[in-house]
Write a protein that binds this ligand. Structure first.
Ligand code: ATP
Ligand code: MG
Length: 466
């Protein structure tokens, strides 16, 4: 009798309570161990307000997954049975967004809590493309349906901040404990419906330092080509998430292992096959990963500028060697590379314009004419370009002392900058100081072309007193 009572108590404390329906499991705080203090107060507020009005409301998706394994969530999403029209009037600053599937952005200063109505899984009757990719999945649904339409079991956990319970419809908690990424439903069907899920499987497995469960992993290689049918902008969003998840380098390596890399970043494939290119890209990704992990922001333009730089530089050198003038050669190299890349993975125009700015400032760091430096400092992407220069210096592509001088200049106050520039002007000219370049005739003899290339692209030895 006593043993039975103890067993019952132990079960109550350490095991999930019996499900209310089907295989639903409810976990109390003693099991899921989410510290409510780590949860966004605004997300809690959204759930509380909705629940006070009689609706169901939970924090869902990546935030619950990350909280349960002690990672800091990137953002907090809420799922509810209230419709967008019912949600919006409950909050002072809330707007309905989206045409295809409407959801509500509840705004609290700089934090946005994305609040969406439970959705039903896609079904065959809904419109798909010729390859089975779902084009429309915008029906409201029940709570269990909302769980079933999510991608992986670890992403279908619902946290109720009011009673601090985690609801698990698909055995996500045991999978999370084992760091296993398992597709909900039939993996092949779900990849066909949305091929981006293959990239997501890789990203989560790397992020969790876990594995993709065998049945979810096995079809990926054969289905990898389906990625070709995904709209470019969607692919860009998902690749950006992958590159900024804090484990970009590992993710890219895993994409290759699963045969998913081909064509995604076409130029990156080429780069990774060249030893020097790989070193530069790995350095860039490693730095990005460090920034992400220490909570610093990462700029997509900087990231893509780094990933594609080796290709730009290669073409730039080639064209200069053929007799092109340095800057126009750089501009056309950038055009070619961006065009080739954009065919597959559309990099947003506002990013490509920043990337160009970052690249086009690089040759200007080799000049030491104060008047030109003044103009350079005023460029909006000056700071990013100086950061980029540090990367080139770390890859032994640019003189590291001179790169540091530019970094000091970027960090200096207005007065200090003036001093640095005056000091620069007083220095005797070195062989590298050629002043503003005049336009030269386009056609040149090969011997002359060699000189231009060496002067323009090679790192210069600074004579600055640094
Ligand atoms: P991260 O921490 O990287 O943001 P996340 O899990 O929150 O990871 P999101 O892309 O923000 O990923 O998506 C939020 C949630 O929406 C996911 O956890 C998942 O439940 C669901 N979801 C997102 N994309 C898909 C998809 N392609 N198919 C099915 N469900 C998806
Ligand atoms: Mg998220």
């Amino acid at each position: 009798m006593l043993v039975q009572t103890i067993k019952t108590i132990v079960n109550k404390v350490f095991k999930p309570a019996k499900s209310t329906k089907g295989s639903v499991k409810r976990y109390s705080v003693s099991t899921h161990r989410i510290d409510k203090r780590s949860v966004s107060r605004n997300a809690i507020k959204v759930c509380e307000v909705l629940q006070q009005k009689g609706f169901d409301a939970y924090i869902v998706g990546g935030a619950v997954r990350d909280l349960m394994i002690g990672l800091e969530p990137k953002d907090f999403d809420v799922a509810t049975n209230a419709t967008p029209e019912q949600i919006r009037p409950l909050f002072r600053r809330a707007r309905i967004i989206g045409r295809r599937f409407q959801l509500v952005h509840v705004v609290f200063g700089s934090e946005i809590i994305e609040t969406s109505t439970f959705r039903a899984p896609a079904h065959a009757a809904q419109s798909t493309d010729d390859h089975g990719r779902i084009l429309r999945d915008n029906d409201f649904g029940t709570h269990p349906q909302d769980a079933a339409r999510r991608d992986f079991t670890i992403n279908a956990l619902y946290y109720n901040p009011v009673n601090e319970e985690v609801i698990d419809f698909h055995k996500g908690v045991p999978d999370l404990n084992k760091r296993v990424v398992r597709m909900i439903g039939d993996p092949q069907t779900r990849y066909r419906e949305d091929p981006v899920r293959m990239l997501r499987a890789v990203r989560f497995a790397v992020k969790l330092n876990g594995t993709i469960e065998a049945d979810s992993r096995q079809p990926i290689k054969a289905m990898a080509d389906l990625i070709d049918n995904v709209p470019e902008a969607r692919l860009f969003d998902e690749m950006l998430k992958l590159l900024t998840c804090g484990h970009a380098l590992d993710c890219l390596k895993q994409l290759r292992t699963h045969g998913l890399h081909q064509g995604l970043l076409p130029l990156l494939d080429v780069v990774l096959e060249q030893p020097s290119g790989a070193a530069f890209v790995e350095l860039a990704l490693d730095r990005t990963d460090h920034r992400v992990r220490s909570g610093k922001p990462v700029s997509p333009s900087f990231l893509f500028a780094s990933l594609l730089w080796q290709q730009v530089e290669l073409r730039w050198r080639e064209q200069v060697a053929k007799g092109e003038i340095s800057l126009p050669a750089l501009v056309s190299a950038a055009d070619i590379v961006i065009e080739m890349q954009t065919k597959k993975l559309a990099i947003n125009k506002r990013f490509t314009s920043d990337m160009r700015d970052i690249w086009f400032m690089q040759p200007r760091f080799e000049r030491r004419v104060p008047r030109m430096i003044h103009r350079l400092i005023e460029q909006p992407r000056f700071r990013a370009a100086v950061d980029f220069l540090q990367l080139r210096a770390a890859a032994h592509e640019f003189d590291s002392l001179l790169a540091q001088w530019w970094m000091d200049l970027a960090n200096a106050s207005e007065d200090k900058r003036q001093d640095m520039l005056e000091e620069l002007a007083k220095l005797p000219p070195s062989t590298q100081d050629r002043g503003p370049r005049k336009r030269r005739p386009r056609k040149r003899k090969p011997a002359q072309a060699e000189t231009v290339q060496a002067e323009t692209v090679q790192p210069i030895q600074t004579t600055l007193s640094l």
